[in-house]
Design a protein. Structure first.
Length: 300
């Protein structure tokens, strides 16, 4: 019998990088996500097909069950290697699932290039399939803060933090009166979050930085006017700019923008948030950025 699993994509509004060190972050599950269809068969392998949002096949391979169990991927394909490692880790936590073969199909509802969580939605779906803790699967396979896993399984904005090595997730009723002034703009440049995290680690692991970002997260969540919100996200950008030794996205690309801009997740790619009193479509389109989504069209 076929089983279908679904997980939400993610955006990190506050706490990028510092969430790894225990800062309180405000994270936003998206209306876009990924499906995983699983159907058992009598073969000794998993036939895996992955489809992008436009229906195009972007990955396919046959993964022998014995190779998954022994974690010996014979393919040069890096996706196959990563997938084998995730499935091997899941099998180690729950060895009762891979008693036979499967046909597996993933379907994204967002373009893979958008960076909304192709990997995190996959890990959460595989954890659901294996009936195991998704954070254990993440941390035992590839690591990361886990905020993206929390978004995958929650249908409202959330506060996320790591306390004593464990994820703490609380619903956040983030629906400000100025929601219609918030937009997400795709920078058309995919960022490798693992490399970005490594660069952050080389520069800082500062307790006072995480405390500062935690306080800013609370203040941003509680902002009642667009002006207050903009001043706070500007402050968040400035704090992280100093910590990372990088210019803010506004300084780099949009210094004449009438409003505030904030990087979301790894700096330098994927989506940014634009908070502006006026509709910013014409501004960004004139600069060649055509993927512009209002808040209500992106966030659950």
């Amino acid at each position: 019998m076929k089983k279908t699993f679904y997980s939400n994509g993610k955006l990190l509004l506050t706490g990028e990088y510092t969430v790894l060190d225990g800062a309180k972050a405000l994270a936003l599950p998206t209306r876009f996500g990924q499906y995983l269809d699983i159907e058992p068969n009598s073969k000794g392998y998993i036939r895996w097909n992955s489809f992008d949002a436009d229906g195009s096949l972007w990955y396919e391979d046959v993964l022998p069950i014995n190779d998954i169990i022994s974690n010996t991927c014979k393919s040069d394909n890096t996706v196959s290697q990563r997938l084998t490692k995730i499935l091997h880790t899941a099998h180690g936590i729950n060895p009762s699932v891979l008693q036979h073969g499967f046909t597996a199909e993933t379907r994204l509802t967002f373009p893979r290039s958008w960076g909304l969580g192709t990997s995190s939605t996959l890990i959460n779906n595989i954890a659901s399939w294996f009936e195991i803790n998704p954070y254990s699967l993440l941390w035992e396979s590839f690591g990361g803060s886990g905020y993206d896993i929390a978004c995958a399984a929650n249908n409202t904005p959330i506060f996320y933090e790591i306390k004593n090595g464990k994820p703490v997730v609380n619903a956040a009723d983030f629906s400000p009166d100025f929601m219609n002034n918030l937009y997400f703009i795709y920078l058309n440049k995919k960022q490798d979050s693992r490399n970005a995290i490594a660069a952050y680690r080389e520069r800082t692991e500062n307790r006072s930085l995480t405390d500062t970002i935690s306080k800013l997260t609370e203040a941003i969540y509680n902002a009642t006017t667009l002006n207050d919100f903009n001043a706070l996200i500007d402050e968040h950008e400035a704090v992280m700019s100093r910590a990372l030794g990088q210019q803010t996205v506004k300084q780099q690309l949009f210094p004449d923008f009438d409003g505030s801009l904030k990087s979301l997740g790894a700096w330098g790619g994927d989506f940014i948030l634009a908070a502006s009193p006026e509709n910013p479509h014409s501004y960004f389109e004139a600069k060649g950025y055509t993927t512009i989504l209002p808040y209500k069209d992106m966030i659950l």
